[in-house]
Design a protein around this ligand. Structure first.
Ligand code: ATP
Ligand code: MG
Length: 137
């Protein structure tokens, strides 16, 4: 069993979709083992998306992620990293497979409702940015 890090992004929390997103996550066999609603600071968002610092959309992305509260989560299950990427669907909702969170709920390539770690190593680093071991049960 494996863990991944998830964020329910501002476009989804704004539309009151936390429960609906969580239902898709749980129906996919992933267990929510830690969860907290937070208002991300600009520093937190910049650090979290540091790998994209040189991309043209970085400023817009940081602004979006701090525009409303988000829900940060740790998900656990078999092959959780890959499984959650499947459940989320493609970055651009236009390309996302039917039934995926992004196909169901994302508004566009930027405001795409969820984040999920793209590797086990990044999952560990991302979880550690928001949770301690004691938070995860
Ligand atoms: P995430 O990292 O959030 O799970 P991802 O791995 O599918 O999504 P990345 O390429 O890592 O996609 O991009 C990170 C985030 O940056 C995207 O989820 C989206 O919110 C935003 N983003 C990506 N591409 C664009 C774009 N062309 N225009 C605006 N925002 C974008
Ligand atoms: Mg990514």
């Amino acid at each position: 069993t494996e863990r991944t890090f998830s964020i329910i992004k501002p476009d989804a929390t704004r539309r009151n979709l936390t429960g609906k997103v969580n239902a898709v996550i749980e129906d996919a066999g992933l267990r929510i083992v830690a969860q907290r609603r937070i208002q991300m600071t600009e520093d937190q968002a910049k650090k979290f998306y540091e790998v994209h610092a040189e991309r043209p959309f970085y400023g817009e992305l940081v602004e979006f992620m701090t525009s409303a509260p988000v829900v940060v989560q740790v998900l656990e299950g078999e092959n959780a990293v890959a499984r959650y990427r499947e459940v989320m669907g493609a970055t651009n909702p236009k390309d996302a497979a039917p039934g995926t969170i992004r196909a169901l709920y994302a508004e566009n390539v930027g405001e795409n409702s969820v984040h999920g770690s793209d590797s086990q190593e990044n999952a560990r680093l991302e979880i550690a940015q928001f949770f301690t071991d004691a938070d995860i049960v």
